[in-house]
Structures are given as structure tokens and as C-alpha cells.
Design a protein around this ligand. Structure first.
Ligand code: SF4
Length: 346
């Protein structure tokens, strides 16, 4: 049976599609697995029935049996059980400038190096791709810093398990998975069972300096209609930028996806508009030349987005705009510039 970390994004999307799940679900599950290193139990934005099915048909392959820490938590050694049978080890090592995970590529080893206890025990079996990858994800799960390096110096000789090791490296370094991909905001258009009636829009926002995520759920039934546009007005509930206060309101307008898609966001200070942003997109067929054009036009999209955000932040800073702390860093009793969480549309 495959474990879920054996699958590429396309394979996971295909599997969920055969289960009748909408296309955005694959991105949701993928993001939980690869960005948060979450177990199924912790995927609070995935329905319990789907979590159960995933656990039954695409299980996680690695169970943490025991963990020991040293260097005041900087080094963590884990004893891991594979598929309920073989036991392997992985070690996480935190340094000032990097976090390295040492993973196993085999249960046991056939090389029989005389100085090595693993070699004396002989080879039990090769690890498959998912079992190699999941060691990194389990290590990431308990680490406050992002894992930056992976070495294959745990149990086993990686070159003796070449194909699975290579696939694991490809998955771990893919831009979509453990590489760098940053979307300040993602919009999900959720349709009713008939596939044509827009039911809800979900705006998933990531804040740049803190790497937190928050979703605003906007049911179409509670929107004001302005021609083709749907409008929601509600209080800000998530600290997005150090240059924007929490005491703000939002007025967002969306059109439903068609040949054109429009999104307009106003940030309101009372009735005064503080900031606004507009996105206008035109539908293009998904063809080879069009995809090649996008690649040529945006060769390093994530780098551009991150650079643009920091450049704009620098310009705002030069204008001596006030800087607002993250609400969680404010000390008790200190003056606060935020109010309690706003009323979400739902
Ligand atoms: S795990 Fe490494 S050191 Fe140990 S026997 Fe295998 S190749 Fe040799």
C-alpha cells in the first residue's frame, strides 16, 4: 500500500478527484502535509470523513516510537517505526544558520562495515520514497525552524536504494513541496453540488514576517450584490502587515470566475479608505505555448513576490509610517492598538 508521502501533487490530486473531491481539496491536503507536516488528526480544515478515508487508503508510514533531545533541544534523535514492523532512526540537528535532518534510507544495511552496529545486523529492507520523505516531515513537525538540509547518513547505504532515494530527493526539493513557494493570498471558489452555483469564496492569507495563515470564509448567501460583483464588509481579524493596524474593516468585491475574474479589496479606517488593491485576470486556455509564456514571464515568481513585498515595506518604512506589533507579542497591560477578533461573515 502506498503511503501518502509517496505521491506527487498530481498523483494526490488525481486520487482525490476519483473520490469525488473538488480540485482545491488536493491543495489543502498537500499544504497540510508538506507545509505544516501535519498528521491527519491535526488537519482541522479537512472534513473528518475525508481524514478517515485518507488514513485508511493513503496512510502515513512512519510512527514516532521515542525521542531523545540534547543540546537544550537543538538535537533530537527519533526512533521511528515503519508500517508497524521495522524500526529506524532519524536525527535533527539545529545550528545557528541551518537545521539539518539525518535520515535513514534502509532498515538495516548490507554493507557490513565493521565499525557500525547497523552493518553488523544486516539488511532488513529498502525504505520506499514516502518513508524517507516522512522522516524529514516528522522532524520538521517538532522544529520551530524550517529544515534546510537533509543528509542520508542514518541507517543504510542510500546508493544501494538508489531509485527510492532519488525520488525522495526530487519530492523534497520540488518547488511545490519543500522548496520555496509563497502566496500572500489564495482564493478558493467553492461551488454547490451542481458544479455551477458559486456557494462560498475562501480567502487564505499568509502574513509575510510571521508565516501564519488565516482563512476568511465568505458565503455567497451573505453577500451584497452589485451587478455581477459580490461584496462583503467585515472587521479585520488577522494581523497581515506590521504597517497596518488591526482596527480596520474590510470591504471585498469579487466576480464569479468567467472569461474575466475581478477581485477588489478595500481596507477601511471607519469610512475612510486606507488602502485598496485590485486584481483583474483574463481566462486563457491551458496550452503548452501559454504555459511556456507564463514560465518565461515569471521565471522566479516566489522570489519576485517576496522581493516586491520587502521593497514596498522598505518604502513604507522610509515614509515613517507607524509600525504595529503582532498582537501576540504585546505585553499584558501595555497599550494595545488592536481590538478583539472582528465579526467574520461566518
Ligand atoms: S549504515 Fe553506513 S556505516 Fe553502517 S554498515 Fe551501512 S554503509 Fe556502513
Amino acid at each position: 500500500m502506498s503511503t501518502v508521502y509517496d505521491l506527487s501533487f498530481a498523483q494526490l490530486a488525481e486520487r482525490l478527484g476519483t473520490w469525488g473531491e473538488p480540485s482545491f481539496r488536493a491543495k489543502q491536503v498537500w499544504s497540510q502535509l508538506w507545509k505544516r507536516a501535519a498528521t491527519y488528526d491535526a488537519m482541522s480544515d479537512v472534513a473528518p470523513a475525508l481524514r478517515e478515508r485518507l488514513a485508511a487508503e493513503l496512510p502515513l508510514g512512519v510512527e514516532v516510537l521515542d525521542e531523545r533531545t540534547a543540546d537544550r533541544g537543538g538535537t533530537r534523535k527519533a526512533l521511528l517505526k515503519l508500517g508497524g514492523t521495522h524500526v529506524i532512526e532519524a536525527v535533527l540537528m539545529g545550528y545557528r544558520d541551518r537545521v539539518t535532518v539525518c535520515v535513514s534510507s534502509q532498515a538495516g544495511c548490507a554493507m557490513a562495515c565493521t565499525f557500525c552496529a547497523t552493518g553488523q545486523a544486516g539488511l532488513d529492507r529498502h525504505l520506499d520514497t514516502g518513508e524517507i520523505v516522512e522522516q524529514v516531515m516528522r522532524a520538521q513537525h517538532g522544529s520551530p525552524q524550517r529544515v534546510s538540509n537533509v543528509v542520508f547518513m542514518g541507517m543504510g547505504e542510500p546508493l544501494a536504494n538508489y531509485d527510492e532515494t532519488l525520488r525522495a530527493i526530487r519530492l523534497l526539493t520540488h518547488l511545490r513541496t519543500f522548496g520555496h513557494c509563497f502566496n500572500p493570498v489564495s482564493f478558493y471558489y467553492c461551488y454547490a453540488a451542481d458544479g455551477v452555483t458559486l456557494d462560498t469564496i475562501v480567502a487564505e492569507i499568509t502574513n509575510t514576517p510571521w508565516k501564519e495563515r488565516h482563512s476568511y470564509v465568505l458565503p455567497v448567501g451573505r453577500a451584497e450584490r452589485h451587478g455581477r460583483a459580490l461584496r462583503w464588509e467585515f472587521a479585520k481579524a488577522f494581523h497581515v502587515s506590521p504597517f497596518e493596524a488591526m482596527e480596520r474593516g474590510y470591504a471585498w468585491r469579487f466576480t464569479a470566475p468567467g472569461d474575466e475574474l475581478r477581485v477588489h479589496m478595500d481596507v477601511l479606517d471607519g469610512v475612510r479608505r486606507d488602502f485598496d488593491a485590485t486584481l483583474v485576470l483574463e481566462r486563457q486556455p491551458l496550452t503548452g505555448p501559454n504555459l511556456a509564456r507564463v514560465l518565461r514571464r515569471y521565471p522566479a515568481m516566489t522570489l519576485r513576490v517576496v522581493a516586491a513585498i520587502h521593497w514596498q515595506a522598505f518604502l513604507i518604512f522610509l515614509r515613517q509610517n507607524p509600525v504595529y506589533d503582532h498582537p501576540s507579542t504585546r505585553h499584558a497591560g501595555a497599550p494595545t492598538r488592536t481590538r478583539s477578533q472582528g465579526n467574520l461573515p461566518r
